[in-house]
Every structure is written in C-alpha cells, then in structure tokens.
Design a protein. Sequence first.
Length: 236
Amino acid sequence: MHIDVVLHPAEIALLPARDLSGTTCVVFDVLRATSSMVTGLAHGVSEIHPVCTIEEAQAIKARLTDVVLGGERQGDLIPGFDIGNSPSEYTGLEGRRIVTTTTNGTVALRACELARRVLVGALLNLGAIAAALRAAAPSAVLLICAGTFDTFALEDAYAAGRLIAELPGATRSDAAQTVAAMALRYPNPLEALRLARNGQVLTATCRSADVEWCAQVSKYEIVGIMEAAVIRPLSQ
C-alpha cells in the first residue's frame, strides 16, 4: 500500500483529470462536513447525496421524496434548507435521505468520484477507516484534505496524519510523511482542532461544541462509501 496526500483545494480541482481508477480515496473535511456525514450514518441516515451547488441540491429534492436538505455557505445554514452543517443536526434523522452541499467537503468528494473507491473519513471513524483499508489492501491510497475555501486546513491534514499512523506498513509520499510528522506534534486532537482556523472561527461563533464533537477519535465503527455519487454505509 502506498499513501499519498492531497493537501490543498487547488490540487483537488485537478483530481477529475487524474486517472484514479486504481486508487482508494479517503476524503477528510473534519470541521465539519465529513464529521457530520459520519455522525448521520452512525445514527441511521439511509443515504447522503453530496453535491457541489445549491441548485443541484434543490433539483434532487424536487425529484426525490422525503429528502432533507443540508449544508452550509460561509459556515452558516443556507436559506431554505432544513439543516446546516453541525453534526448535532444529523443525529435525529434515522431512515432519512440527506442531500448536502458545503463549501469544500462535498466538492472534494465529487472531485474524486471516478476513483476505484471513495471513503468518507473523519477523526470520528478513524479506526474503522484504517480497518477497512487494511482489509481491502489497495495498492494506492490518496487522502484528500478538503481545506477551507481555497486554503490548506490544519484539521484535515491532522486527521490524514493520524490515519497514516494506523497503517505502519504502508509506503509514504513526501506529503504523507509531512502530515504524519505533523500529527505527532499534537497528541491531543482537541488541541489541534482548536488551533485550526476553522476551530477558532467555530469557537468564536459559539459553536465550540462542534469542535469538541469532531475531535473524538474512533467514536463510531462505521465507514461511508460513495458510489454513483451517493454515500451509504460500507458493508465490511
């Protein structure tokens, strides 16, 4: 297994042109999109449709029944949507179907949709992701750090580094070596997330509970897998 890491949204924009047909991608948007998705799946959400635009989300809701519209712009609830991007909003939707659009996370997921496998990663399901990768033993793994707007995000790189530490037999690109070393700098995940730009913004806007929730490591034994642009629990 060889692990590489995409660290910046500018790299994500190039993914659709790459041949990822032999690659397993793991997408991290720790604060908060993928953490919310993992939380939803763990609480019985049936499926999640990640889309890039508000218009796409509205079109799917017009076509499908019993859809919950979720997501954010600038971190806030989108006008007319049912829920935002807080994990707490994804805990009471058992059996429901969610269509979500976020600034970075859903864009990153859709950018690698032609990969052999696309998994939804967070600190919340870190152990489960590592177990799934060890079981499948793909030759190539690409960890996607969704970022913040058009910049690098510490919390996503931190989660990628923590995952790499769970896969000690893998070879690593320079980017993978870098995030693995960085993750060692912060043994306390909550410290890392609070230091991140997104963590500081969430704390300043009275959403520190989201930061604390997303900092929990391996809380859930569930992995989301995206197939045909729909995320469902992976059957292991």
